[in-house]
Design a protein around this ligand. Sequence first.
Ligand code: UGA
Length: 429
Amino acid sequence: MSSVGVVGAGYVGLTTAACLAHLGHDVVCGDLDADRVRTLNQGEIPILEEGLDDLVVEGLGSGRLRFALGAAAAVTDAEFVFLCVATPQGSDGQADLSAIDTAAREIAPVLAPASVVLNKSTVPVGTTERVDRIMREAGAVTDIGVASNPEFLREGTAVRDFLHPSRVVIGTDDSAVGVRISELYAGVNAPVLVTDPASAEMIKYASNAFLATKISFVNAIANVCEAVNADVREVVLGMGYDPRIGFEFLHPGPGWGGSCFPKDTAALLRTADEAGYDFALLRGAVTANDEQRDRMVTKVRDACGGTLAGARVAIWGLTFKANTDDLRDSPAVAIAAILAEEGAVLRAYDPSAGDAAAGLPGLEVVADAYEACTDAQVLVVLTEWDEFRWLDFERVAASMSRAEVVDARNLLDPAAMRHIGFTYRGVGR
Ligand code: UGA
């Protein structure tokens, strides 16, 4: 078993640290936020992520996991160091690498001889080399190894995705380093791909851009289905049986969001641009995504009789998808903002968004799905929380001033809703 330092206790860092401890490694996870470090050491985790709290408690209990203040404290004596810091979108569309640079400078002087630094943050091609250079300039010992090790974790299923991944990608020019990292992942049953750093970095962007394009494609198909009276759900079923297409990531909706796809597609477009390649296909996927949000607004406007001014609208779901408490780049929040701008009076319910949602401008957040609907003209379902399926829709209809529903996630059963008296509008059906 190895000693591991993880820099950053956000979604990726925390999941990486807790899962590696679960696999038997000795892990110290460092973060800049003293409050976060203190509460994590007490076993309280700041995010909603299925199974993560159990693994943190397990790691603290076994002594294989602890949290420390700052990057240097986490990596001293570690054989493997994971960089898991934020790379938000910079003003030019490209990823902002300042947190990576700072972490590299901070850890360089305390790295143990022969340690390996792995970058898990999503970074443009060339960053592995950049981290290597910064660390050497900042006084790192000469025999360290540096590698790219992109993550493919989805929020909500991050623990499962870490422990049972579709693949492990390792980008390094040093084959001995590649072998050592593969051994670190020995407890994980997945194909391991050892490649050069640039290809590893590109795999991450290409994967996210492909998935985003796949969703934009199915959203476009849904829009055509609406025009020709076809049902996109049947169409997707018929497509998905072809193993070359598959069923996953073919759910039409209000457009993709979250902390990854918008930022990573923008960064890849920027990279292509800098390389002199016009990536029109990806640009089209991004434009289609923006338009999808507008189409949802149009559906709500239509349901309100042509104008949103003064219309009372109930919203179910604010997070960027179900089973997370993350509001970053959420299509639901963006759509709510447009509805509010056009004068709608919004009352929203989300099972997990909590205090962050309470601070959103232009809407009142209530603690109950039924309460959100009281006197509303239209109910809009923006996030696919399972619990929304099982509510008492007779009660919902009775409390609304008109029984109109815009189901931007195709979560509800149109026939059952119509039977109750709702006018139902879905996506592509
Ligand atoms: C995404 C990728 O799926 C992960 O593999 C990757 O590691 C991660 O980004 C990252 O780069 O860190 P995540 O952002 O957590 O994960 O969420 P997804 O489940 O991919 O969903 C992204 C967006 O697409 C959401 O707004 C979701 O509602 C939407 N979506 C997804 C659809 O509209 N339809 C679908 O069929 C699937």
